[in-house]
Design a protein around this ligand. Sequence first.
Ligand SMILES: *Cc1c(COP(=O)(O)O)cnc(C)c1O
Length: 554
Amino acid sequence: MSKSHKQHDGGKGEAAALASLSPFELKDELIKAAGGGAVERPANASMLNAGRGNPNFLATIPRHGFWQLGLFAMRESERSFAYMPEGVGGFPKRDGLTERFELFLRENRGVAGIDFLASAVSYVRDQLGLPAGDFLYEMCEGILASNYPVPDRMLKLSEVIVGHYLRREMIGKHPFIGEFDIYAVEGGTAAMTYIFNTMKQNHLIKAGDTIALGRPIFTPYIEIPRLNDYQLEVVNVDADVANNWQYSNQELDKLRDPKVKAFFLVNPSNPPSVKLSDESLQYIADIVKERPDLILLTDDVYGTFADDFVSLFALAPQNTILVYSYSKYFGATGWRLGTVVTHKDNVLDRLIAQLPNDAKKELHHRYESITTEPDKLKFIDRLVADSRTVALNHTAGLSTPQQVQMVLFSLFSLMDTPDAYKKALKRLIRARKRALYQEIGISFKDDDLNQVDYYSILDLHFLGGRTYGNEFVQWLEQNTKPSELLFRLASETRVVVLPGLGFGTQHRSGRISLANLNESDYRKIGRAVRALMDDYVERYNAATGKNLEKGKVL
Ligand SMILES: *Cc1c(COP(=O)(O)O)cnc(C)c1O
């Protein structure tokens, strides 16, 4: 859209056009509104964009490790060729690699990243029981990036190590039988794109089929099924703000309908940022026992921010596709690191094996260029092939330096047994939430263990209603346009907050990311939200002759 924010003040057409925007597109309009408008501001007043899910923190230690490993690998490359001043190097040599690495560590003692690398290699050898030399070789080759990724789904030892990480963070102490496969991908974004596509190509979902979505949810999950590519019917499974954003059993019972082919959810949720309760996890697992053909997709990119997180993948492994991303937890959105995980024994492969003969024949033909037994190709390997239009399967896979950084992030977390990094991040975002809520004047209990707080939803209906009553909320909803409050926040106070409705909240709300600004900024945002609220209380009083008190705790 090229319209200026000044046109956002009225026309019905404009309101309708804005209502159809994804919250991420609307964000751009809000940013324009916050960038310059009718209200004069001091030149140094900068915009506060709480619409971004991108964290403003990042994990430093495993990054230091990456750069040091890179220096070592360069030394290996230059050592393996006769010296050429033109800048030609060779591949690292496996022979004596461990000894040369020890020497490198000794020479660089005290340099940031060196201790981490030394511990990582010991951990791989002593705790994980893997051959340290082979590991070092995979890492050196990987970081030099002089070979196509082989195996294309994921490098061998890298898969084992990332598997340990996912096991610890997604399964924890929950009993788990069997093994799983991992496909390393370009972030959660690629995981989603690949999964939708391969499910369709393999007739697991077709146009007109019904899927269920756990809402509110990361907007692309709402938008993708509607695309011409998929044309899926959607059943909403709504979480309730009054129930601490959990799904009621009644909502989850919608999954019992055999028409529902798959259930897609984000856990912990985005935007409410609440993990599924143990009861709901078990409830869904019990439904799956009744419906062994139900496919679950759980996007657990925020799982690592929760206490004692257990994924739906742990409870219903054979039915669940697990998506994880390193983007948020390690502050690594630019790296593009994610995984798709399936159990070795899963419903997807079973459903593909049960397809009607004509569909099977078509798929046999589709994948026959990459294997002599295309019927036996696992769903996860079909994902790899489809990601490169099958014909480019031999050059598929995540770039090897990306896999190296993914492994180092994983090892960093595995070795951090006191969970110091996790606790530090939690302290950071919880302090921001307290600051925000204090300034707005929202009372909240810090005792909900399912709360993750990466985002916070300010639900106008719920918060306004519980303090000022339903009449006030109704008046507000009737006398303001859907995005009016957000545009006023943007243009009058330069605070950008995303509309919760775009994520499928049932009432008007704002999503504030607690991950991407500093505590003092959240105080400013809190004051801006409070002032706006009080302004509407005043307007309400003037319009109705009522006398609601401003500044009350919400
Ligand atoms: C941020 C996010 C993603 C995208 O993650 P990337 O790894 O950065 O592509 C996917 N799913 C959810 C729920 C997210 O919040």
